[in-house]
Design a protein around this ligand. Structure first.
Ligand SMILES: Cc1cc2nc3c(=O)[nH]c(=O)nc-3n(C[C@H](O)[C@H](O)[C@H](O)COP(=O)(O)O)c2cc1C
Length: 130
């Protein structure tokens, strides 16, 4: 899981796919943070992405960096605890102008039943489950 977090942070931007009825939706994301042994992402309840996750928690993440790409398939579980949200905001001070842990909008989810696959054109895929 640490390797997945590091890859996402080093890549800077990853793409988060969600399910919207029968329509896939994808958008750039940047937050990735391990808290209490789980890998979290952050969003805002007002966003469509949040509404989609609440309806269907299945997601996939993709990032590319230096000839290697990472896909993480899994489910997102909301953690409504203030300490989980604050830990994310502490890890991303740049978010603190837009989000507060208790603003009623900030939301964090951790990945469950995740399968992460590191791939490249030059070596066999490596799979990590967490
Ligand atoms: C590089 C980059 C990183 C981003 N990271 C996040 C993020 O971690 N969380 C988030 O909610 N939005 C993030 N955004 C903004 C979302 O991509 C944007 O709000 C998007 O419209 C949300 O998807 P939706 O329109 O389907 O709700 C980021 C945007 C960019 C360009």
């Amino acid at each position: 899981m640490e390797r997945v977090e590091k890859f996402l942070k080093d890549a800077g931007t990853y793409y988060l796919a969600t399910v919207d009825g029968d329509q896939p939706r994808v958008r750039p994301f940047g937050t990735a943070h391990i808290f209490e042994g789980k890998l979290y992402i952050q969003t805002g309840k007002v966003k469509d992405v949040s509404k989609q996750i609440h309806k269907n928690p299945k997601c996939e993440i993709c990032a590319f960096m230096n000839g290697q790409w990472l896909r993480v398939a899994g489910e997102l579980v909301e953690d409504d605890r203030l300490e989980a949200k604050q830990s994310m905001l502490d890890a991303y001070p740049s978010l603190q102008g837009m989000y507060k842990a208790d603003d009623g909008n900030t939301e964090v989810f951790y990945l469950k039943n995740a399968t992460a696959t590191f791939s490249s054109f030059t070596s066999a895929p490596e799979v990590v489950k967490f």
